[in-house]
Design a protein around this ligand. Structure first.
Ligand code: FES
Length: 303
């Protein structure tokens, strides 16, 4: 699905940008004054933007045809961009972390949080879903980690990629402990699924309605006092991961965190997903969709 649709999305973005340029107030002012020179400059700029969009779309189609061929297998931490409706609206695709993947396809887990996910929640078995992916860079899991110990921490809907990750770690002989936190019992709906898969998650609820009463980071902190893992992976709210980063630094445990963000394109075209990340040249705004969404915890600059 990938190449042609990524190209199509870039073309759509190009057209949207062009439309904004066309109706920009300066352009309208030029039209009202019937200033021919300014009008034709504005029109030339508009046509230029559309031309760049078309050329860009063709180039992306060619390049991604090769890239898609190389990305036949989804990895934990990667995501897909989902077109939720057949018509033009909502215009933008929704980014969703891959919840599980196997021979029959991929699973997505999401919470209804707006129009896009509400439309998605009405899909039925047998409906077709238009996806681009797998996209982004996922969690690091290597064969050399066999026999090591990992903590996987999911907060709220951030649990989605943790299920896939914990599966993968277990299949590679990595001793994995899953922490699953939410505000209340209704916010940790996947606990039974983990249990059935043989992964006994340590659950917490802020209101004490299930499992440990308190923040999941407090639960992780307790476990860290008892025994130290070789790595901590996490996905969830920024505040949760920021606290985890401090805990991990205190116990000298390396981390990998999956950042969540609003995304316009998911393919590095719009700069709609930037986050401050430390890199070789300093602290720079980095596109999460392209460079992430998973980063080593020590590189992330928290708000
Ligand atoms: Fe467009 Fe990341 S979502 S650059």
């Amino acid at each position: 699905m990938g190449a042609a649709q990524v190209a199509d999305q870039r073309l759509q973005l190009g057209v949207v940008v062009a439309a904004f340029a066309l109706f920009d107030w300066r352009t309208m002012a030029a039209i009202r004054r019937i200033d021919a020179r300014e009008f034709w400059i504005a029109m030339a700029a508009t046509v230029g933007v559309i031309a760049v969009g078309v050329i860009n779309a063709i180039l992306v189609a060619v390049v991604l045809a090769v890239v898609s061929f190389l990305r036949l297998t989804a990895r934990p931490g990667q995501f897909v961009m989902v077109k939720v409706a057949d018509g033009p609206f909502p215009l933008l695709r929704r980014p969703l972390g891959i919840h599980d993947a196997g021979a029959n396809g991929i699973e997505l887990f999401f919470k209804v949080a707006g129009l896009g996910t509400e439309i998605l929640s009405r899909k039925k078995p047998g409906d077709r879903l238009d996806l681009i992916g797998p996209l982004g860079k996922g969690f690091t899991v290597t064969t050399g980690m066999k026999g090591k110990r990992a903590f996987c921490v999911g907060g709220g809907r951030g649990i989605a990629p943790i299920y896939f990750l914990a599966h993968e770690l277990g299949s590679r002989g990595i001793n994995t402990t899953v922490f699953y936190g939410g505000r209340r019992l209704a916010d940790i709906p996947l606990r039974d699924k983990f249990e059935k898969a043989g992964m006994k998650p340590l659950c917490s609820t802020d209101d004490g309605s299930f499992g440990f009463g308190g923040l999941v980071t407090e639960l992780v902190g307790r476990e860290l006092e008892r025994s130290k893992p070789d790595i901590i992976y996490s996905c969830g709210p920024d505040a949760m991961m920021k606290t985890l980063a401090s805990l991990a630094a205190k116990h000298r445990v390396p981390t990998e965190f999956s950042l969540e963000s609003v995304m316009g394109c998911g393919i590095g075209a719009c700069w709609g997903c930037v986050h401050r990340i430390k890199n070789e040249s300093g602290d720079g705004w980095t596109k999460i969709c392209e460079e992430g969404p998973v980063f080593p915890g020590e590189r992330i600059l928290w708000p």
